[in-house]
Ligand binder design. Structure first.
Ligand SMILES: NC(=O)c1ccc[n+]([C@@H]2O[C@H](COP(=O)([O-])OP(=O)(O)OC[C@H]3O[C@@H](n4cnc5c(N)ncnc54)[C@H](O)[C@@H]3O)[C@@H](O)[C@H]2O)c1
Ligand SMILES: [Zn+2]
Ligand SMILES: [Zn+2]
Length: 361
C-alpha cells in the first residue's frame, strides 16, 4: 500500500518550490512512516533548491521535524506506532569503524529509508538530508526516529533535528565547554544562538557573541550572551582578547562557515584553546594560516558534524531540559506557517529578523 499526501518539492535549480501530491510507500524492513506535525525551514533547504548541494532534483524539502510514528516495517523494535519522535539525519549504523570503536556520533555509514517516495508520475524524489518532512507524511529509516516526551511542542522539538542541535552540540559535545570557560561565538543565527545556549547550559562564565547585525546581537544577549561585539564596527579578535584579560577565549565557535571568520576564531582563542567549526563552507573556499601559528598556539581545531550529537542520547535529554524550563527552544520559533508558505519563508530568511519559520501541520 502507499499514501498520497501533500509535500513541498523543488523541481529545478532556483525555481520556486511547489506544493505537490507525493506518493509515500508503506514502510519496508527497517523503515518507519511518520506523520509530520512540524518542520522548521533551514538554510540547507534553500541550498538544495538553489542546486548548491547536488543536482538530484526533484527534492522533497524539509528536515527539522517532529511527528508521530504511524507504522513501522519488519524488524523495527526501537520505535512503535504512536511514538512522538524527532527525526535525525544521521541514523548510526552500529557496524562501521567509528561505531565499532564506541564513537557512534562519528558514524561513517549513516542510513536512510531504502524505498523511494515519488511524484504522481513515478519520478523519484530526493528527500532533503534523507528526511523530506515538508510533507504530511514521510518515510525514513527507523533509526532516524528518536522517541521523546509527548508533552513537548512539536514546533520546538523538531528544531533539535538540525540547526539547534548542531549549535548546542558544537558547544557541549565538540567544544566540550565546561564550567568557568570563556566562549566566543562568531555568527549568531539559529546555530550560533544555540551554541550560546549550549555554552550557558554547560556553565560557561563568559559568552561573547559576534555578528555583523545589531538585531542578531540583541537576540543573542536575550539567549544568554554576556557580551556582544559588532564585527562590522570593531575588530572581533581585539575585542574578544580585551574581554578575556588580553588572552582570548577558551573556546571559539565559528558558526558562519567562511575563511575570514575562521581566521578570527583561530586568533581569538587563548593559547591551547579550542576552535570549533560548525558553519559549513562552500567548495571554492580556501584557508591560509602560518603553519608556525598553528603549531605555536597549540590546542585543538575541530569540526562539528551535527554537533557530534547522538540523537538517542541527546534529544531526550534536551527535551527534558526544555520541559523543565531550562532550555528555551521556543525562542527559536519566530513564526509558525502553513505548508504552502515555505517559499515566502525562504524570502524572509534574507531579511535577518527570523530565527526559524516553522511549518505546522
Ligand atoms: N555543522 C552542522 O552540522 C550544521 C548544521 C546546520 C547548519 N550548519 C551551518 O551553520 C551555519 C549557520 O547556520 P544558521 O542557520 O545559523 O545561519 P544564519 O544565516 O541564520 O546565521 C548566520 C549568521 O552569521 C552572521 N554573519 C554572516 N557573516 C558574518 C561575518 N563575516 N561575521 C560575523 N557574523 C556573520 C549573520 O549575520 C547571521 O546572523 C551555516 O553555515 C549552516 O550551513 C551546520
Ligand atoms: Zn556507523
Ligand atoms: Zn537544517
Amino acid at each position: 500500500m502507499s499514501h498520497q499526501v501533500r509535500g513541498v518539492v523543488a523541481r529545478g535549480k532556483g525555481a520556486p518550490v511547489s506544493l505537490e501530491t507525493i506518493i509515500v510507500p508503506d514502510p519496508g524492513p527497517g523503515e518507519a512512516l511518520v506523520k509530520i506535525e512540524a518542520c522548521g525551514v533551514c538554510h540547507t533547504d534553500l541550498h538544495y533548491r538553489e542546486g548548491g548541494i547536488n543536482d538530484d532534483f526533484p527534492f522533497l524539502l524539509g528536515h527539522e521535524a517532529a511527528g508521530v510514528v504511524e507504522s513501522v516495517g519488519e524488524g523495527v523494535t526501537d520505535v512503535a506506532p504512536g511514538d512522538f519522535v524527532i527525526l535525525n539525519w544521521r541514523a548510526v549504523c552500529g557496524q562501521c569503524r567509528a561505531c565499532l570503536r564506541g564513537r557512534p556520533w562519528y558514524c561513517f555509514n549513516t542510513h536512510n529509508a531504502k524505498q523511494k517516495m515519488t511524484l504522481l508520475d513515478g519520478t523519484e524524489l530526493s528527500p532533503a538530508l534523507g528526511i523530506g518532512a515538508f510533507a504530511e507524511k514521510t518515510l525514513v529509516a527507523a533509526g532516524q526516529c528518536t522517541k521523546v516526551d509527548r508533552s513537548a511542542s512539536a514546533a520546538a522539538a523538531g528544531l533539535l533535528g538540525c540547526g539547534v542541535m548542531a549549535g548546542i552540540g558544537a558547544a557541549i559535545n565538540t567544544g566540550n565547554v565546561g564550567r568557568g570557560d570563556s566562549v566566543a561565538v562568531i555568527g549568531c543565527g539559529g546555530v550560533g544562538d544555540a551554541a550560546i545556549m549550549g555554552s550557558n547550559l554547560a556553565g560557561a562564565a563568559k559568552i561573547i557573541a559576534v555578528d555583523l547585525d545589531d538585531r542578531k546581537l540583541e537576540t543573542a544577549r536575550k539567549l544568554g550572551a554576556t557580551h556582544t561585539v559588532n564585527s562590522k564596527e570593531t575588530d572581533p579578535v581585539e575585542a574578544i582578547r580585551e574581554l578575556t584579560g588580553g588572552h582570548g577565549a577558551d573556546v571559539v565557535i565559528e558558526a558562519v562557515g567562511r575563511p575570514e571568520t575562521y581566521q578570527q576564531a583561530f586568533y581569538a582563542r587563548d593559547l591551547a584553546g579550542t576552535v570549533v567549526l560548525v558553519g559549513v563552507p562552500t567548495p571554492e573556499m580556501k584557508l591560509e594560516l602560518p603553519l608556525l601559528d598553528v603549531f605555536g598556539r597549540g590546542g585543538s581545531l575541530k569540526s562539528s558534524w551535527y554537533g557530534d550529537c547522538l540523537p538517542s542520547r541527546d534529544f531526550p535529554m534536551l527535551i527534558d531540559l526544555y520541559l523543565q524550563g531550562r532550555l528555551n527552544l521556543d525562542a527559536f520559533v519566530t513564526e509558525t506557517i502553513a505548508l504552502d508558505d515555505v517559499e515566502k519563508a525562504f524570502e524572509r530568511m534574507h531579511g535577518g529578523d527570523v530565527l526559524r519559520s516553522v511549518v505546522v501541520l
